[in-house]
Design a protein around this ligand. Structure first.
Ligand code: F0G
Length: 463
């Protein structure tokens, strides 16, 4: 083999300066804990968790620079310096003109939905996200999925599973009329599809199509840097482009964005709504003051905005993003080698176990993904998240369960938090549960709240 071509190992572009001890529990302790939590991993106490892969949201390790920035918090009620720093960063890296900070992503979704959606409107998007769709519905709209069919097939290895099916989109526009579509909702790195990217080519086509009908695009940019990294790796012409330029190119093809900065932007709390239209921005300022706080802090402390401003720069650093997505790939490849069915291609923020296949003896009514998440916790104290029928909720009109094609368990990797050794422990635990899969029985609801039921529902074992 050519010596220069030999595959070399890479390591994280940081070293550890502070540690947080975690506790390794016994099987008996975990059994008690998961029963007390009604078999819902959201209801476990974090002290009972060994490796926490519930979410990558707000769970990142901040850098020393971000912590230093926290000390520079300008805690003025109005016009904090940190707000202006954040505003400069959003303009420089994302190119949006106006920003309204919010306490997290869903607050931005609330505001944009209330100011743009009228009763009876339709909002097409590249697959739903739980909070995004709910806010669209609460504003009187109906979400319509226009993602390509491949996105709903966990085994399909399409490199850009978050692409929009242009025919589905145009058919909807013609059928409902452009005036009933306030915007198209485009997410980068689509969470519910397994952390899958949209291509620049497809986004440009969506832009062209929607411009013909005068329909704006609102971008869910929660994991835009991760999407940009996949474009760099997979799309022709982008191999040598810096991720930060790809990010900016994506944003420039859209008219506004909602951001949960708890993901890409490496903070524990924070988000924003970004807009290019001044009139909409004025409306958003008017709403934010009712629900979040003044338009220069939107529910955040000055120090939170400072950490976010610094995190935005770090999020598009080449070494950072390569290691971030690389860690997820490391776990994914290990599971593939073990023969575990996962969503392909491996996603950007987590590995998604295909619960329908792993627990193929359980029908969707028996909540296979919810069951698998509980079993993983029982095995080694690893906390994962259900992304299947429980997350999909009920149809507001019929009251029936929505049955999504994807019945998944997400092993979400927090940024800069765990080592490769942690991921080895996770893979071995998944393998152990997989080997014992036939003995696993399903779950049924004992309590179900009206909205976003996956967060607070309780379950019991079907014996
Ligand atoms: N959009 C996407 C794609 C998300 O993944 C999330 C949150 C939000 C919007 C809402 O942002 O939590 O700051 O209000 N996702 C988290 C997760 C909860 O675990 O995937 P938020």
């Amino acid at each position: 083999m050519d010596k220069n071509k030999k595959q070399r190992s890479w390591a994280e572009p940081y070293k550890i300066k502070m540690v947080e001890p975690v506790r390794i529990s016994t099987f008996e302790e975990r059994k008690k804990a998961i029963e007390a939590a009604g078999y819902n991993t959201f209801l476990l106490r974090s002290r009972d968790v060994y490796i926490d892969l519930l979410t990558d949201s707000g769970t990142s390790a901040m850098s020393d620079r971000q912590w230093a920035g926290m000390m520079m918090g300008d805690e003025a009620y109005a016009g904090s310096e940190n707000f202006y720093h954040l505003e400069r960063k959003v303009r420089r890296f994302y190119g949006y003109k106006y920003i309204v900070p919010t306490h997290q992503g869903r607050a931005a979704e609330h505001i944009i939905s209330q100011i743009m959606i009228k009763k009876g409107d339709y909002i097409p998007g590249n697959m739903y996200f739980t909070t995004t769709k709910l806010h669209q519905e609460l504003a009187g709209g109906t979400f319509v999925d226009v993602v390509i069919d491949e996105a709903h097939d966990p085994d399909n290895e399409h490199p850009f599973k978050a692409n929009v099916d242009l025919d589905k989109l145009e058919t909807l526009i013609i059928e409902k009329g452009a005036d009933r579509i306030p915007y198209v909702s485009i997410a980068t790195s689509v969470n519910m599809a397994g952390g899958q990217p949209i291509s620049m080519e497809n986004l440009k086509q969506v832009r062209e199509l929607t411009q013909n009908y005068g329909i704006p695009i609102i971008h869910d940019m929660t994991r835009v840097a991760e999407n940009a990294f996949f474009i760099k790796q997979r799309e022709k012409g982008y191999g040598d482009k810096p991720v930060r330029e790809i990010v900016s190119e994506i944003c420039c093809l859209t008219d506004g964005a909602t951001m949960s900065a708890k993901k890409d932007a490496l903070v524990n709390i924070g988000g924003f709504l970004a807009l290019n239209d001044k009139e909409l921005f004025k409306k958003a300022c008017n709403m934010v003051v009712i629900y979040e706080g003044l338009h220069t802090y939107g529910g955040l402390a000055g120090r939170d905005m400072e950490a976010m401003a610094i995190g935005i720069t770090e999020s598009v650093d080449e070494d950072h993003i390569k290691a971030r997505v690389g860690q997820v790939e490391y776990l994914g490849k290990k599971l593939i080698d073990m023969g575990i069915p996962i969503v392909l291609p491996i996603g950007s923020h987590g590995v998604f176990l295909n619960a329908s296949k792993i627990l193929s003896h359980l029908s969707q009514d028996k909540l296979p993904a919810q069951t698998l998440a509980a079993e993983l916790y029982l095995d080694a104290g690893i906390r994962a998240m259900e992304r299947g029928v429980v997350s999909a909720g009920r149809n507001p009109e019929t009251g029936e369960h929505n049955y999504p094609a994807l019945e998944l368990v997400r092993l979400t990797i927090p940024r800069r938090v765990y080592t490769q050794a942690h991921l080895d422990v996770v893979a071995e635990s998944v393998e152990a549960v997989y080997e014992n899969r036939e003995a696993i029985t399903g779950l049924e609801f004992t309590y179900e709240p009206e909205h976003l039921r996956f967060f607070q529902s309780r379950f019991q074992k079907i014996e």
